[in-house]
Design a protein. Sequence first.
Length: 396
Amino acid sequence: MRILGMISGTSHDGIDVAVVDFTPEGEVLRGRVGHTASTPYPAELRARLLAALPPAPVTLAEVCVLDTLIGQCFAEAAAAAIEAGGPVDLIVSHGQTVFHWVEEAHARGTLQIGQPAWIAERTGVPVLSDVRIRDITAGGHGAPLVSVLDGLLLGGLENGSENGAAALNLGGISNMTVLRDGRLYAYDIGPANALIDAVVTARGLDPRGYDAGGAIAASGRVHPGLLAALLDEPYYRLAPPKSTGKELFHLGYVEAALAGLPEGGTDGEVSDADLVATLAELTVRTVAADVRAAGVATLVVSGGGCRNPVIMDGLRAALPGVRVSPSDAYGAPADDKEAIAFALIGWLSAHGLPGTVPGGTGASAPRVLGTLTPGAGPLVLPAPVTTPPRSLVLAR
């Protein structure tokens, strides 16, 4: 079954797509990764989207407009992927998260926009969307959903290691899946690129809206006082399962931390480069602390942050006993892993299988995920599968 997975993550910069051809072979599910691509949002749309995100006030009219415009962008990205990679049986659209409602340690709701009907109309292919909410109704956080992919990929690594393995995603938010002694758990650690991107965009430090190659961070120095203030965030002390997003970690959060610094402190003023360097070190410190607590021997990294040498070198220095490597080495291209994960969720849902692992999201039980929008023809699903795969092997 050929499935197109699509997502725009918490960096809000564009749409990642991956076409995966899944073939079950006994307890093993094999996935051949075909066409992958990343399509940036038009600059005007990205600016409009960022202006509507929390804590900014927004009208329902603006939400409606963005739902349509983003849905149309996803539709064009899907059509381009099908033209380049061939026909598909199902499209899975995560859409664009604009709000993730968390109170204390509980997720209450989540909102992803990008109307799937535009995708179905443009391509004629059925679309699975709204994939997070069913897990939340079962008491989970609806995140990180990539943990279902991580669990299948990490199984072989965990079996070959006395200390287990973990998969780390460095998107806007960092999240980690840990598999040790046959037990899987996952959660959001904190900001990875979210705060860096917010500062780079707001201060016009790079027209691309992110710290390309970690160049800005490498040119600055870590400000100890600011780092200490940022590390004092109560979220880091919450026990898993937990989830977070830009509702907490946004530009105003950074500005409030800066405003709280004492005037004329011994650490000196915070330049733009110092600020980005400090935010990169925040990611390193929070991630490294949780990896050490997990006690794993192998850390498999994906997401845009794994292309930032300042963050990656910082993690390797902070974790001398851990093998840190990008997910590319294990068959999952680091830049496309989340899109592949949603293609996998599509295969599972189409066959009547859960797309969550309770330890990964904190739900009371696994759930089949998503809502289906029919394509041009009748909606025909494959025969249900009663036994889920025990492992996933990805190849190009």
